[in-house]
Design a protein around this ligand. Structure first.
Ligand SMILES: [Fe+2]
Length: 213
């Protein structure tokens, strides 16, 4: 199959390009259709660094994101999945999303995720895992937790993510967080500036198509 490397490590093929354009037209007909050239534009993509580096010390991407549309009320992204959120040896850390509702539509292959929610009285309930494949909708509300535990075909799994209004903290930043499974407590994202700087350095190292701001 014809494959195209957009930036180092970010490879798409014809089947993926077709799945992305068809999926967007099907699930988000209100936004302009994507052309193949737009999908191949390196400046539209961000590689997202995970916690690990390769043998040469270069951060390894855990996913790739193409932002189709972004406003305070609607965010649409195409995600290319490289691996699960939960890596070998890591402690499970289910997360929330900073949108009132997120709908993920697998477009090619799929992934398995685990779900938790909190009852009205504050008890954390583990719902179990779900396999999400093309044709399914993985709908997650802002106070629900999930974690991707398996990607069916790493590097060739695509999903279209459509999110409603952003949920913001008092400073106007996205209200992300995770569940501490030992205590049952919600832990808001830490915005320590050293950590943030380190993340930015890793982000720009694997996104040479974007000049560091
Ligand atoms: Fe997520």
């Amino acid at each position: 199959m014809n494959t195209i490397e957009i930036v180092p490590g970010l490879v798409l093929d014809d089947e993926m390009l077709d799945a992305a354009t068809a999926g967007l037209a099907e699930h988000a007909p209100e936004v302009p259709a994507l052309t193949r050239d737009q999908l191949l534009d390196p400046l539209r993509w961000w590689r997202v660094p995970g916690p690990d580096d390769d043998d040469a010390g270069v951060p390894l991407a855990c996913k790739d994101e193409f932002v189709v549309f972004r406003s305070d009320d609607l965010t649409i992204k195409i995600m290319r999945w490289l691996g699960p959120d939960l890596r070998k040896g890591e402690t499970s850390q289910p997360h929330t999303h900073a949108w009132r509702v997120m709908e993920a539509h697998p477009l090619l292959h799929g992934y398995v995720d685990d779900h938790w929610y909190r009852t009205a009285t504050g008890v954390v309930v583990h719902q179990g895992s779900t396999i999400n494949l093309a044709g399914d909708v993985n709908r997650i509300f802002d106070l629900d937790y999930h974690e991707v535990i398996e990607v069916v075909e790493p590097g060739r799994t695509l999903s279209l993510v459509i999110c409603g209004p952003r949920v913001l903290d008092a400073q106007g930043r996205g209200k992300w967080g995770h569940l501490d499974l030992d205590t049952g407590c919600h832990v808001p994202i830490q915005r320590n500036s050293d950590e943030h700087q380190r993340f930015r350095q890793r982000l720009y190292r694997i996104n040479p198509q974007h000049a560091a701001a």
